[in-house]
Design a protein around this ligand. Structure first.
Ligand code: IMP
Length: 215
């Protein structure tokens, strides 16, 4: 199915940081983004063990509830020296026992585990952000678009512009963390131009090329 300008599409997320980024990325294509929150949809439980499975759970829940195509993103931070953790559990590491999320706590946990393993050099602190976008139709038909951004982790956290783990992630070839970059710098992508930078913008770029006829 090809999507066209003016098409209503549900962004199957309650995460404000992701929603902001999706809204930015969709503007040039004239897609009308409504969030799962706008429809009052509950957040489904993410019971999958892969980014693809969790992306499907979220997109299918929103598409079947609204009758509209839905776009979801399941993402996370994969740290090589932690055997790929936190991975699909990236958001869970920020879960506070009393409810709500604390990303400073989650970043500290990541740093503590790296220190326990005596991981210190930039090369040893390598990892990547991964985003899998799922486009799901109300009948359950699904397509996937994966984006990855390679980089390394720094300590202490730097910058307040992003969300989640942005303040400890420096993408390859840059010295600033994602948290120190403007949204435009983090996406690193303008339609018709070269490769995107962030994992989400890269996944979105694949989606746009396949479904929106973008360059
Ligand atoms: P989920 O996809 O809802 O399971 O959550 C993914 C988690 O990964 C988010 O809550 C963020 O903490 C983290 N994450 C994903 N993408 C980014 C990003 O672009 N910057 C910072 N953290 C991110």
């Amino acid at each position: 199915m090809t999507l066209t300008a003016g098409q209503k599409i549900v962004v199957a997320s309650h995460n404000e940081g992701k929603l902001r980024e999706f809204a930015d990325l969709m503007v040039p294509f004239g897609l009308e983004a409504k969030s799962a929150k706008d429809f009052g949809l509950p957040e489904p439980e993410e019971t999958g063990t892969t980014f693809e499975q969790n992306a499907y759970i979220k997109a299918f829940a929103a598409a079947s509830a609204t009758g509209l195509p839905a776009l979801s993103d399941d993402s996370g931070l994969v740290v090589d020296a932690l055997d790929g953790q936190p991975g699909v559990y990236t958001a869970d590491w920020a879960q506070k026992p009393e409810g709500g999320r604390d990303f400073m706590m989650a970043m500290q946990k990541t740093e503590d585990m790296l220190r326990q393993r005596r991981v210190t050099t930039e090369a040893e602190r390598s990892g990547r952000f991964v985003a899998v976008i799922c486009l799901c139709q109300p009948d359950g038909e699904a397509e996937y678009f994966r984006g990855e951004a390679e980089g390394h982790l720094v300590w202490p956290p730097r910058g307040e512009k992003g969300f989640g783990y942005d303040p400890i992630f420096v993408p390859q070839g840059f010295s600033q963390t994602f948290g120190e970059m403007t949204a435009e710098e983090k996406h690193g992508w303008k339609p018709g131009e070269t490769e995107a930078l962030s994992h989400r913008a890269r996944a979105f770029q694949k989606f746009a090329r396949a479904k929106l006829g973008a360059l």
